[in-house]
Design a protein around this ligand. Structure first.
Ligand code: BF8
Ligand code: SF4
Length: 625
C-alpha cells in the first residue's frame, strides 16, 4: 500500500517550495519527496556501509553474526573501501569539470574556440607565476599554452605534487609528505583508489582512508582549484554585485530558460545567445517581452558570481522550478541533475536539453556542445526555448513569491580589493575579536532533511556569535532567500560582525561561488596562515555541510579536514558499520592532520561546537587576551 505523503510543512521551510509541492500533488506529479517515501526504510547494511559488491564471490553483507565476506574482508575493510570509492567519485566529478576548463583553454590557444577568450590576462599571469612558469615579457598565448600543459600534467602520473601546492603552508605540506598524503596527480590518485579497493589489495582501513584523503586533496588543491581559476581567466574574476533569488525570478511574460548543472562553459554561451537581437525579436513576435535566464545549483552559482544572473533555486528546487509551468527550456551540463527532471519537464511544454556527451538523459534533446561551435549551438538551444513559448499553457502557470535581493561576487581578489589591497584589515578584525572566526557553509540539500532548515539555521546562529559565514553551492540560495546575503543582514549579526561588515558595506554571509569554488576558501585559508606564519589548522575557522547528499560533498569535507579545518556534517556518511573508520573520522584524524569531522543534526549545538573550537584556536594564537 502506498504511504500517505508527508505533510508539506515538514518538507521545506520555503513558501515558494510549498506552493509548488502543493501544485505538483494537485497535478499528480511525483517529486523527490514522494520517491524518498517509497525508498524508506533504507537497507540497514547499506546505511552502515557494510555491503560489498566489489567482486562476484559476493555480494556480501557483514554483521556481528557473519563478520567476514567470502574473501575474508571484515567490516573495517569493507566500510573503508566503500567510503574510499565514494569520496573518489566526488573528486572525479569536480576534477573532471576542472579538466573541461583546461580543454577550453587549449582550444583558445589553438585558435579553435572563437566564442571564448582570455578575459583576465592579469590573473593568468599571476597563476603562471605561482606555478613556476615564466611570464614576464612573454606573449599571453605562450603563457596560456604553458599553463595549459602544466595543468594537464597535474592530472597525470609524472609529478611529485600538483602545482597549486605552491599555495599551501610549508608546515602542512611537510605533514602531508610525512603521512603519505601529498596529492601527486588527480587521475593518478583516483585510479589508485580504484586499484586499492579491488579485492585483495588495500586491506588496512586506516591506510585506505589516508589515500582517500590524498584523493580528496588532489581535488581541492588540484582539479577543483584549476576549474575555479581557469573559469575566472576565461569568464572573468567575480566582483561584488546585486542579484535576486527564489522562484519569483521566473518571469510570466518572458521566455524562461533555466541553466542547471555545474560548468559555466555552456551556460555563459547560452547567456550571450539569449541577448541575440534576432532571437529577442522572435520572442517578441511570439508574445514574450524578452528572454529570461535563471540559474539552478552550481551552474547557477557560476553565472550568478560572474554575471549577476538570478538564482531560481537550489537542489531541492530543481523539480519545483519546472512545476511553475512557465519554463520553456531547462539546459543542463552535468552533476546533481535529477533524472526525474526529464519526466517533470514532460508534464509541461518544457524542453529538456542536455549538452554533454558524458551526461546524457534518455528522452532529452541532445547537443554535443563543443568550444568550436559554441555560439551557434547556444543560439539553436535558445531558439528551441523561444519557439516553446508558443506551447505554454497559461492556465497552468503559477509563479510563487517575489524575488529576494542578494549580493554576490566575493572572489578573494574582490575581498582583498574591498579591504584596500591586503588581508591585513581582516586579520586585524580577527585579532580585535570583532570577527571571532569564519565558517564556510557549503553543499547541498537532502530530502531526508527539512529543506534548507539547517543551512539557514546554522548560518543565522553563527553570525549572531560574530562568526563570519562564507557560503557556496546550494547553501547560496538558502542564505539568499533567508535575507542573509544583503548588507542589511548585519542586523541579524553580533555587534562585532555588524561593525566590520557595516563599515565595508558587505553582508555577514559572503557568497563565494559554486562548489568547485570551495577552492577559493582553501586559498584564503592558506593565505591567512602564510601571512601569520602558522598552519591552516591553527586558524579560527571551520567548514560545514549541513544538508549534504553527494559524493562531491564528501570529497570536499575530506579535503577540508585533511587541510586542517574542523568540519561539520549534518548527518553521517555510510561508515557507522566500522568503529575503526568512524573513530578515525570523528577523532583519530585530529592527531594526524589537526582536524576532524563532527556529526551534529542540531544547528544550535553545531554553532556551540564551532564557537568552542574557534575560541580554542584563538587562544592558541594568543588572541584571547
Ligand atoms: O556541486 S551543493 S546539490 S549543486 S553537490 Fe549538487 Fe550539492 Fe548543490 Fe553544486 Ni555541490
Ligand atoms: Fe564479498 Fe570480498 Fe567480494 Fe567484497 S570483495 S564482494 S567482501 S568476497
Amino acid at each position: 500500500m502506498a504511504k500517505e505523503p508527508r505533510p508539506i510543512d515538514q518538507l521545506t521551510i520555503w513558501d515558494d517550495a510549498k506552493a509548488m509541492i502543493r501544485k505538483a500533488r494537485a497535478e499528480g506529479i511525483e517529486t523527490v519527496h514522494e520517491r524518498l517515501d517509497q525508498q524508506t526504510p533504507h537497507c540497514k547494511f547499506c546505511e552502515l556501509g557494510t555491503t560489498c559488491r566489489n567482486c562476484t564471490m559476493g555480494p556480501c553483507r557483514v554483521s556481528e553474526k557473519k563478520p567476514r565476506g567470502v574473501c575474508g574482508a571484515d567490516a573495517d575493510v569493507i566500510v573503508a573501501r566503500n567510503f574510499g570509492r565514494f569520496v573518489t567519485g566526488g573528486a572525479a566529478g569536480h576534477s573532471d569539470h576542472g579538466r573541461d576548463l583546461i580543454e577550453v583553454l587549449e582550444a583558445i590557444v589553438e585558435g579553435e574556440a572563437p566564442d571564448y577568450k582570455i578575459t583576465e590576462e592579469g590573473k593568468l599571469r599571476t597563476i603562471a607565476g605561482e606555478i613556476g612558469i615564466k611570464e614576464a615579457g612573454r606573449d599571453i598565448m605562450d603563457v596560456a599554452k604553458d599553463v595549459m600543459e602544466c595543468f594537464f600534467a597535474d592530472f597525470g602520473s609524472r609529478k611529485k605534487e600538483v602545482s597549486f601546492l605552491s599555495r599551501v603552508p610549508q608546515k602542512r605540506k611537510d605533514l602531508w609528505a610525512k603521512l603519505g598524503m601529498t596529492p601527486r596527480g588527480v587521475d593518478r590518485e583516483i585510479a589508485e583508489m580504484m586499484h586499492r579497493t579491488h579485492m585483495g589489495c588495500d586491506n588496512d582501513a586506516p591506510n585506505t582512508l589516508i589515500h582517500a584523503a590524498r584523493t580528496a586533496l588532489a581535488d581541492g588543491w588540484g582539479g577543483s582549484m584549476i576549474g575555479t581559476e581557469l573559469s575566472d581567466v576565461i569568464f572573468g574574476t567575480p566582483k561584488p554585485r546585486m542579484s535576486t533569488a527564489n522562484l519569483g525570478v521566473i518571469k510570466e511574460d518572458q521566455v524562461n530558460i533555466l541553466v542547471h548543472g555545474h560548468n559555466p562553459v555552456v551556460s555563459e554561451q547560452i547567456l550571450a545567445a539569449a541577448r541575440d537581437p534576432e532571437l529577442l525579436a522572435r520572442a517578441k513576435e511570439l508574445g514574450a517581452s524578452g528572454i529570461n535566464l535563471a540559474g539552478l545549483c552550481c551552474t547557477g552559482n557560476e553565472l550568478l558570481m560572474r554575471q549577476g544572473i538570478p538564482m531560481a533555486g537550489n537542489h531541492l528546487m530543481t523539480e519545483l522550478a519546472i512545476i511553475t509551468g512557465a519554463v520553456e527550456a531547462i539546459v543542463v551540463d552535468y552533476q546533481c541533475i535529477m533524472p526525474s527532471l526529464v519526466q517533470v519537464a514532460g508534464c509541461y511544454h518544457t524542453k529538456f536539453i542536455d549538452t554533454a556527451n558524458k551526461a546524457r538523459f534518455t528522452g532529452a534533446i541532445h547537443f554535443d556542445f563543443q568550444p568550436r561551435t559554441a555560439m551557434q549551438q547556444a543560439k539553436e538551444i535558445v531558439s528551441i526555448a523561444v519557439e516553446a513559448f508558443a506551447e505554454r499553457d497559461a492556465g497552468r502557470v503559477e509563479i510563487p513569491g517575489e524575488p529576494i535581493e542578494i549580493m554576490t561576487g566575493f572572489s578573494n581578489e574582490a575581498v582583498i580589493e574591498a579591504l584596500g589591497g591586503s588581508l591585513d584589515p581582516l586579520i586585524q578584525a580577527i585579532v580585535a575579536g570583532d570577527i571571532k572566526g569564519a565558517v564556510g557553509i557549503v553543499g547541498c540539500n537532502n530530502p531526508k532533511i527539512k529543506h534548507d532548515s539547517l543551512n539557514v539555521g546554522l548560518a543565522k546562529e553563527l553570525i549572531k556569535r560574530d562568526i563570519l559565514v562564507i557560503a557556496t553551492g546550494c547553501v547560496t540560495t538558502a542564505a539568499g532567500k533567508a535575507g542573509l546575503l544583503v548588507p542589511g543582514a548585519i542586523e541579524m549579526a553580533g555587534p562585532g560582525l555588524k561593525k566590520v561588515c557595516g563599515s565595508l558595506g558587505i553582508p555577514p554571509v559572503l557568497h563565494y561561488g559554486s562548489c568547485v569554488d570551495n577552492s577559493r576558501i582553501m586559498q584564503l585559508c592558506a593565505a591567512l596562515a602564510n601571512t601569520l606564519n602558522v598552519d591552516i589548522s591553527d586558524l579560527p575557522v571551520g567548514a560545514s555541510s549541513p544538508e549534504w547528499y553527494s559524493e562531491k560533498a564528501a570529497a570536499i569535507g575530506l579535503y577540508a579536514v585533511a587541510s586542517g579545518i574542523y568540519t561539520h556534517l549534518g548527518h553521517p556518511p555510510n561508515i557507522l558499520g566500522s568503529e575503526t573508520v568512524t573513530n578515525l573520522a570523528v577523532s583519530g584524524l585530529e592527531d594526524l592532520v589537526g582536524a576532524t569531522f563532527f556529526i551534529e543534526p542540531d544547528p544550535v549545538k553545531t554553532a556551540d561546537l564551532f564557537e568552542e573550537r574557534i575560541n580554542a584556536k584563538r587562544k592558541g594564537l594568543g588572541l584571547d587576551k
